[in-house]
Design a binder for this molecule. Structure first.
Ligand code: FCB
Length: 512
């Protein structure tokens, strides 16, 4: 599955409001042309009048869009939670400092699997700059600061011996959030399994459920009095699918048996971890996050439609439905019946957990075609590039309606009480010039996606928050440092931070 692979930008404006922002630039361009033309028939006075008209009209258009943005943000209501999201390996760096053990991503990078042979050794140096970054989030008027705990910073070998320096680091991050008035939202697992555990089979070894339970219990006891919002996993379909089937993410396995076992163990661990947090922390809000994409069939033909159903089951349903007590979606994706071999008596009940909130993360839509060569799922995505539709630097289609459709799809599960968009964002080619980054394309992205989130909310989908991916630019897994998703630009040579126009835009919209 190479959904994260294409590599150049072709973003176009895709809603009415963004096109308003183009008008001033277009008009300015036209007047420049007119003045340049030697034999222009218009007198200088006519030009002046034209210019005046343009100035007046452009400034009023800018005001229209400013107030439209204000209306958009206010419509979410004052209780709505706005925040940013991040992940340990993508930002922390300090890979060999203060007793941290290796994770599968260190080893994957050592094997040269990352573009340009990059690694997360330094990343955005959050380990040393967390105070500055939390202050930046605060300055942009966000209320939630989502980050993940690196398992191998706490338990360098995954289990057993605790690393006090690592434990202290997350206390410092949490305390800094609290003192700045930001809610710390903690993800327990954002893909960086301790390498020692991988050496024992990782997610494909059923013991991982116990390893993860012990790690959960430790974190809940250690930080539970200060942290009330917990997310067990970040996107299990990604870390299992890309890590054990596609081999594109760490640990780089391509093994169907490991994929099936890993999927089941992840589902079990997710529910068990939820139960531990419930037992350990009074009033905790317990969630977990899922990547999700609206899936459509390439053509109106039964073979493509069936392929789209299988893809939907694999990408959107197979990790959430067991936790809702629905089991694996074997009817639409019969191949999953093979998981039975790895299930023990009583597992079906153990897979259930009543999460307080579900985190949805949306980056692209998927158009699916039947494929005779992709095994098991017999389906493949048709890239945005081939379909000649707008896409971002990583080849992800820009399709704001997709977030609306996925919200509606998940709201059909009646037992889901509360949805938070725990990640959404876009990578564009940012240029730092004189300390500024004019990323209007990113602003357009957020404007159009947020309009769709609001539409779903207004239709009754229980959405209570939206977290931007990401606060700062960071290490984008196998793609390395090239894709920039941050509201804050990071100059990796100096580690200096610069708030992009999109960051300033959020700051303005979230002002009280
Ligand atoms: C999500 C991941 C996150 C980041 C974004 C771009 O799938 O959860 O870590 O890589 O994609």
């Amino acid at each position: 599955m190479t959904l994260r692979t294409c590599s150049f930008i072709f973003l176009i404006r895709n809603s009415f409001l963004p096109s308003i922002h183009l008008i001033p630039r277009l008009l300015y361009f036209c007047t420049e042309l007119l003045t340049l033309k030697k034999n222009v028939k218009l007198s200088i006075n006519v030009l002046k009048t034209l210019l005046l008209f343009l100035l007046i009209s452009t400034s009023s258009l800018a005001q229209v869009s400013d107030s439209a943005d204000q209306i958009l943000f206010r419509s979410f209501g004052s209780e709505f939670l706005w925040g940013t999201a991040s992940a340990a390996y993508q930002i922390e760096g300090a890979y060999n400092i203060d007793g941290r053990g290796k994770s599968i991503w260190d080893v994957f990078a050592e094997k040269g699997k990352i573009k340009n042979k990059e690694n997360g050794n330094v990343a955005a140096d959050f380990y040393h700059r967390y105070k500055e970054d939390i202050a930046l989030a605060k300055s942009m008027n966000f209320r939630v600061f989502r980050f993940s705990i690196s398992w191998s910073r706490i338990f360098p070998n995954g289990t057993g011996q605790v690393n006090p320096k690592g434990v202290e680091f997350y206390h410092n991050v949490i305390d800094e959030c609290l003192s700045q008035g930001l809610q710390p939202w903690v993800t327990l697992y954002h893909w960086d399994l301790p390498q020692e555990l991988q050496d024992h089979g990782g997610w494909a070894n059923r013991d991982v459920v116990d390893w993860f339970k012990a790690y959960t219990q430790f974190c809940a006891r250690e930080y539970g009095t200060k942290v009330k919002h917990w997310m067990v996993f970040n996107e299990p379909s990604a870390f299992i699918g890309l890590g054990y089937l596609a081999g594109y993410h760490a640990p780089g396995k391509r093994n169907i048996k490991s994929f099936l076992k890993g999927s089941h163990h992840a589902c079990l661990a997710m529910a068990e971890s939820g139960r531990i947090i419930r037992a350990e922390i009074p009033n905790a809000q317990i969630g977990t996050t899922f990547s999700c994409s609206s899936v459509d069939s390439w053509k109106n033909k039964s073979k493509h439609q069936k392929a789209a159903k299988r893809m939907d089951a694999m990408l959107n349903r197979m990790f959430i439905e067991p936790s809702l007590g629905l089991g694996y979606p074997v009817n639409d994706f019969p191949f999953l019946r093979k998981m039975k071999r790895f299930q023990l008596p009583g597992d079906k009940d153990k897979l259930k957990f009543d999460f307080d909130f579900i985190g949805l993360q949306n980056y692209f839509r998927v158009i699916v075609k039947r494929s005779p060569i992709i095994p098991f799922v017999w389906a493949k995505p048709v890239s945005a590039q081939k379909r000649n539709v707008p896409y971002n630097e990583m080849g992800f289609e820009i399709y704001p309606e997709g977030i609306y459709r996925i919200l509606k799809q998940f709201s059909n599960y009646k037992s889901i009480k509360n949805i938070v968009i725990t990640e959404n964002g876009v990578c564009v080619k940012d240029n730092l010039m004189n300390g500024q980054v004019h990323d209007s394309l990113r602003i357009d992205f957020f404007r159009s996606y947020l309009s769709q989130v609001l539409k779903a909310k207004n239709e009754g989908v229980p959405i209570t928050g939206y977290l931007v991916w990401s606060l700062t630019d960071n290490f984008e897994w196998t793609e390395g440092y090239k894709p920039r998703f941050g509201l804050v630009y990071v100059d990796y040579n100096t580690q200096k931070r610069y708030i992009k126009d999109s960051g300033k835009w959020f700051k303005k919209q979230l002002e009280k």
